[in-house]
Design a protein around this ligand. Structure first.
Ligand code: URP
Ligand code: ZN
Ligand code: ZN
Length: 461
């Protein structure tokens, strides 16, 4: 089966060109001068459109257990929503429950995902309990294609690791060349602020933000960097939201340390003002780290330009407003943490192109090419080039749309971006050569998406 995508502007991280893209089976086989190859089983007209590599969302949580409930997208619904938004790979998190092993956790997550995903997927592993067993199991996880391990400096009693635990896991990461991903917030201090707020009767959603100040993200980020420096471990700071943390990352990178960071669209577009909306509305925006004051946003955009922030992921972790967020109606600390977003990352970042914050090429780089290289998928994903998987998005930069829960495909009853006008729209999506989105309809199927065994990060210095 040969498909030719004709007449578009092919945009890679390295540049753009008017070119046709030839797909044979599941793979891109040529990027040619327009009209050079004419024989094909299927032609997709991309005149006036961008032809970009499918997005890679390196931070999602489908069916994640959290706060006594589960994030509401399954691997089936979440990956279909991803496809609608031009994301053709997700990397989700397998979550070690205390008292269980990493390998049994991995089996559990395979059972959730295998046969259900509409697009390709990989896993990171969350280490909730550092002991001899889990440290030993890092090796078989890596051999199974899971070579990035998330740890938490937040959530004491749940996912939290002590500095000693982190140091031990980092030593193993150094030995194995794997990546430690860090949720960098000082959870011990935050819990004191939360207890104080509740004791004073401050229970509204905005208190979630006020009790997790940016200084405590900056402090934890600096501490994680110091621990990584001592051990030589590669470190990737997830969901960075605050200038304080960005400054720590930039300083470490200036010394040549293997420190990387991602931010998320919610930190670029939303703010603590959203959490202060009347009534319980602010619960829709409760995630950790919390939304910050607006002045952080310009710093984050600058970080994306300077590459101190090298990836944008969503941290997609949707909880329905009506029957899940409401668990924290009288106590903000019981609101399940997380926000939906997997469907809108490419569109939201395209607004950065429209506004002149980033170039077209940088849009592709932070949403696809760098995540591929960061997480061991280079060559296969993140580029429009011969030999790469035919994960291709035809994007119409002139179309307009309005984000709404009434029209989105995520399995959640609200949108954090309700009513936001977007310039640009995903028109066609190919996942490994198969059309999954076209003519305003989903043509994929659960089970098309394959598990990606990932190689080591290609960014280590
Ligand atoms: O609030 C968030 N971010 N929920 C998802 C879990 C995590 O910490 O990434
Ligand atoms: Zn986290
Ligand atoms: Zn997360």
């Amino acid at each position: 089966m040969r498909t030719i995508i004709t007449g578009g502007t092919v945009v890679n991280a390295t540049g753009r060109a008017h070119a046709d893209v030839v797909v044979d089976g599941e793979v891109i086989t040529a990027v040619t001068a327009p009209g050079l190859i004419t024989e094909a089983d299927r032609r997709i007209d991309a005149t006036g459109k961008y032809v970009i590599p499918g997005g890679i969302d390196a931070h999602t949580h489908m069916e994640m257990p959290f706060g006594g409930t589960f994030s509401h997208d399954t691997f089936a619904t979440g990956t279909e929503a991803a496809a609608w938004g031009g994301t053709t790979t997700i990397i989700d998190f397998a979550v070690q429950a205390r008292g269980t092993s990493l390998l049994s956790t991995l089996d559990k997550w395979h059972a959730k995902a295998d046969g259900n995903c509409a697009v390709d997927y990989g896993f990171h592993m969350i280490i909730s309990e550092v002991d001899d067993g889990s440290l030993k199991e890092m090796r078989p996880c890596i051999d199974a294609g899971v070579n990035s391990f998330k740890m938490f400096m937040a959530y004491p009693g749940v996912f939290y690791s002590t500095d000693g635990d982190i140091l031990r896991a980092m030593r193993r990461a150094t030995e194995t060349g794997s990546m430690i991903m860090m949720h960098a917030e000082n959870g011990i201090a935050i819990d004191q602020l939360v207890a104080q707020a509740l004791a004073e009767g401050r229970t509204a959603p905005v208190e979630h933000g006020l009790t997790r100040p940016p200084e405590l993200e900056g402090e934890a980020t600096s501490r994680a960097i110091a621990l990584a420096g001592v051990t030589g471990a590669p470190l990737y700071i997830v969901h960075l939201s605050a200038r304080h943390a960005l400054e720590a990352v930039a300083a470490a990178r200036n010394t040549g340390q293997n420190v990387f960071a991602e931010t998320c669209p919610q930190y670029l577009y939303l703010s603590i003002e959203d959490m202060a909306k009347p009534g319980f509305e602010g619960a829709k925006y409760v995630a950790s780290p919390p939304l910050r004051t607006r002045d952080h946003q310009a710093d984050l955009w600058r970080g994306l330009r300077t590459n101190d922030l090298s990836v944008v992921s969503t941290d997609h972790c949707p909880f329905c407003f009506a029957d899940q967020k409401v668990l924290g109606k009288d106590d903000f600390s019981k609101i399940p943490n997380g926000m939906p977003g997997v469907e809108h990352r490419m569109d939201l970042l395209h607004q950065g192109v429209v506004a002149g914050e980033i170039t077209l090429e940088r849009w592709v780089e932070i949403s696809s090419t760098t995540p591929a290289r960061m997480f061991g998928l280079a060559g296969r994903k993140g580029t429009i080039a011969p030999g790469a998987d035919a994960d291709v998005v035809v994007y119409d930069p002139a179309a307009t749309q309005t984000i709404s829960a009434l029209t989105h495909h995520m399995n959640v009853d609200y949108s954090a971006y309700e009513g936001m006008e977007i310039t640009g729209r995903v028109e066609v999506v190919l996942s490994r050569g198969s059309v999954v989105i076209a003519d305003g309809a989903f043509h994929g199927k659960p089970g098309h998406g394959r598990f990606l065994k990932r190689d080591l990060s290609q960014y280590l210095l």
